[in-house]
Design a protein around this ligand. Structure first.
Ligand code: NG1
Ligand code: ZN
Length: 544
C-alpha cells in the first residue's frame, strides 16, 4: 500500500471537522456537502474488500428516498448482497479516522480480514440523479485508484441495477449479462414469456401510471420501454423534468402520508404505483369511485406474490420450503392473512432488508418485503434447479406449464435486492395471469388503520429494542407505558425504535380505527418525548 499517496489524496478529500458518521442500514447517509471524505474512504475500503473476496465489489452513491440535499453511499458484496456486518464496522472506523490514523486503520483492517494486498481489485460504481452524485462518485474513484484498484463507472443506474451487475460479474454471466442492457434483456424476456400465457384483456384500455419520484427510475424505465411489449402501457410521471427529487412524491411519501403524490392525476380504478428516488421500493394504489384512496404496500405485494407462487407450486407438485419474512412495520392484518388463510409461515426480522434477506435464505423460497415496498423473492439453488428441470423434462403438460411459469418468474425477479422495476413487472404479470384488478387484489384482506410518526430526541441511542424491535428495553419504563396505552384500543399494537437512516425515533401504531391509530401514535410519541430526552416542541397530534 502506498501510504504516502493515500495521505496526499486524503488531504484533497479532507475530513470535515466534527462530522462523525455511522454505516447504518443503508450505508452512510447525511448532507451531501459533508460526504466527500466518506466517499473517498469507501473507495479505499471497496478495494480492500475486493482483494479479500477476490471478487468485484459495488459502490452505489445514493440517498434513496431522502431529500435532494442529502446523499449517501453503500457497498455491494460479491453476490449483490449488502455489505457483510463486520465490514460495516470497518467502514465506520475508516470514515471517522483522522488523517494521521488512516494508515493504522487500513493496516488493521487488512490484518483482521486477511486481505491479500497482492491480489487485484475491481470496483463497479453507480449513482442516482442527485446533483451532488457525480462529484461524489469521482471522490470514490479517487479512493479506488490510489490503492491501485481498477474500476468501471456505470454512471446513472438504479440501485438494484448495480446490485444485479455486481452479481453478474461475479457469477461469470450466469445470472445475466453485466450491463444495463443485459438487465433490460433478461427482465423483458421473462416478462414477455410470462405474459404470453395471460389471456385476459383486463383493464386493456387503461395504463399503469408510474410516479418515479423525479428520480433515476424515470430515466431507466424510458430506456427499458423499447424492450417491453406494447401491451404494457406505461405512463411515466414525476420523471424529473418538473418537480424535485422525492419532494411530495415517491413511494415513501405515498406510504407514510397514505395519499397520492401531490398534483398526481388519477382516474377512479386506474392502476398507479410509486418508486422511490433510487428505484428499489414500490407501492401501488388507486382511488375508488367515491374518490377514496387505497394503498397496496409491501405487505399487499408480498401477499400477492406468495399466493401466486404457492398456487403454482401446488400445480407443479413441487414440495419446497416456503416462508414470508416481514418486519414489525407489517400490518397486523397481512400477518394474520398469511398465517391463517394462506397457511404460510411468517417470520419477523429487524428493519433493514439485509436482515430479511438473511432470514429468507433459510428457505427454498423466501418472500421478503418491508411494508414500505422494499423487497424481493429468493430461490435456493436446489429449488431453482428442480424448477428449471421440471420446466424442460416434465411429461405432465399441466405440471410442466406451471413449472415454466415459475421459471420465468425466477428470471423476472431481481434476487439480489428489492427492485421497483422488477417488482412492478412481476406484479403486472401476476395481475394479468390471474385476471385480477387492483381493487380485487386489494380485497384479499383489509389493512388495520395505522400511523407512523417521528420524534426528535437528544440521542436516539438511549432506546434499545428486542424481539425484532417490537419491544423497547431502555429507557426504563418506556415499554410499560406503551403497553398500557396499547390496552386502551381494540386490535392495537405499537412500538418505537431509533431510525438507522435519520436522527429520529420512529413510532408506529395500528388499531381498529384510524382515529385510534392516530391517538395511540400521538400518545406513544409523547411518552418517547418525555422518557427518551425529546428536544424541541412536544409532538403534535397526527391530524395537526
Ligand atoms: P430507518 O430509518 O432505520 O427506519 C428506513 C426504513 C427501512 C429501510 C431503511 C433503508 C421504515 C420504517 N424504515 O430505515 O425500512 O428501508 O430506511 O432505506 O420504512
Ligand atoms: Zn431506495
Amino acid at each position: 500500500m502506498d501510504f504516502e499517496a493515500v495521505a496526499n489524496y486524503s488531504r484533497l478529500h479532507a475530513k470535515p471537522p466534527g462530522v462523525s458518521l455511522q454505516y447504518g442500514t443503508a450505508g452512510f447517509r447525511t448532507k451531501a456537502e459533508d460526504l466527500d471524505h466518506t466517499m473517498f474512504c469507501m473507495g479505499l475500503l471497496a478495494v480492500l474488500r475486493s482483494k479479500q473476496t477476490k471478487s468485484t465489489i459495488g459502490i452505489m452513491v445514493t440517498a434513496s428516498h431522502n431529500p435532494e440535499e442529502d446523499n449517501g453511499v453503500k457497498l455491494i458484496d460479491p453476490l449483490g448482497e449488502m455489505l457483510a456486518a463486520a465490514w460495516e464496522a470497518h467502514a465506520t472506523r475508516l470514515a471517522n479516522a483522522e488523517e494521521e490514523e488512516l494508515q493504522a486503520v487500513l493496516t488493521d483492517i487488512c490484518q483482521k480480514e486477511g486481505v491479500d494486498l497482492q491480489h487485484s481489485a475491481f470496483v463497479v460504481i453507480g449513482r442516482d440523479t442527485r446533483s451532488s452524485s457525480k462529484k461524489l462518485s469521482q471522490s470514490v474513484t479517487d479512493g479506488v485508484s490510489v490503492l491501485g484498484g481498477q474500476y468501471h463507472d456505470y454512471g446513472l443506474v438504479t440501485t438494484p441495477q448495480l446490485h444485479y451487475i455486481v452479481c453478474c460479474r461475479n457469477t461469470h454471466g450466469n445470472y445475466g449479462t453485466a450491463t444495463v442492457e443485459g438487465y433490460y434483456q433478461k427482465l423483458s424476456k421473462a416478462f414477455v414469456e410470462l405474459t404470453k400465457q395471460a389471456t385476459s384483456h383486463r383493464d386493456g384500455h387503461m395504463c399503469l401510471k408510474i410516479d418515479c419520484a423525479n428520480g433515476i427510475g424515470a430515466l431507466k424505465l424510458k430506456e427499458m420501454q423499447y424492450y417491453l411489449p406494447g401491451s404494457l402501457v406505461m405512463h411515466i410521471d414525476n420523471d424529473g423534468t418538473k418537480g424535485r427529487l422525492n419532494h411530495l412524491c415517491g413511494a415513501d411519501f405515498v406510504k407514510v402520508h397514505q395519499k397520492p403524490p401531490v398534483g398526481f392525476e388519477m382516474k377512479a380504478g386506474e392502476r398507479c404505483c410509486s418508486f422511490d428516488g433510487d428505484a428499489d421500493r414500490i407501492v401501488y394504489y388507486y382511488i375508488d369511485a367515491a374518490g377514496r384512496f387505497h394503498l397496496l404496500d409491501g405487505d399487499k405485494i408480498a401477499t400477492l406474490i406468495s399466493t401466486f407462487l404457492k398456487e403454482l407450486l401446488v400445480k407443479a407438485g413441487q414440495t419446497v420450503t416456503f416462508a414470508v419474512i416481514q418486519t414489525a412495520y407489517a400490518n397486523g392484518s397481512s400477518t394474520r392473512y398469511l398465517e391463517e388463510t394462506m397457511k404460510v409461515p411468517v417470520h419477523c426480522g429487524k428493519t433493514g432488508v439485509k436482515h430479511l434477506h438473511h432470514k429468507a435464505q433459510e428457505f427454498d423460497i423466501g418472500v421478503y418485503f418491508e411494508a414500505n415496498g422494499h423487497g424481493t423473492v429468493l430461490f435456493s439453488k436446489a429449488a431453482e434447479e428442480k424448477i428449471r428441470y421440471q420446466a424442460k423434462e416434465e411429461k405432465d403438460n399441466r405440471k410442466r406449464e406451471a413449472a415454466k411459469i415459475l421459471e420465468n418468474t425466477i428470471d423476472l425477479i431481481n434476487q439480489t435486492v428489492g427492485d421497483a422495476i422488477s417488482d412492478m413487472l412481476l406484479i403486472e404479470a401476476i395481475l394479468a395471469l390471474k385476471n385480477l384488478t387492483v381493487p380485487q387484489w386489494d380485497a384479499m384482506y383489509t389493512d388495520l388503520p395505522n400511523r407512523q410518526l417521528k420524534v426528535k430526541v437528544a440521542d436516539r441511542r438511549v432506546i434499545d429494542t428486542t424481539d425484532a424491535e417490537r419491544r423497547a428495553v431502555t429507557p426504563p419504563g418506556l415499554q410499560e407505558e406503551i403497553d398500557d396505552l396499547v390496552k386502551k384500543y381494540p386490535l392495537a399494537r405499537a412500538f418505537v425504535r431509533p431510525s438507522g437512516t435519520e436522527d429520529v425515533v420512529r413510532v408506529y401504531a395500528e388499531a381498529d380505527m384510524q382515529e385510534h391509530a392516530d391517538n395511540l401514535a400521538h400518545e406513544v410519541s409523547l411518552v418517547v418525548y418525555h422518557l427518551a430526552g425529546g428536544v424541541g416542541e412536544p409532538p403534535k397530534t397526527a391530524a395537526s
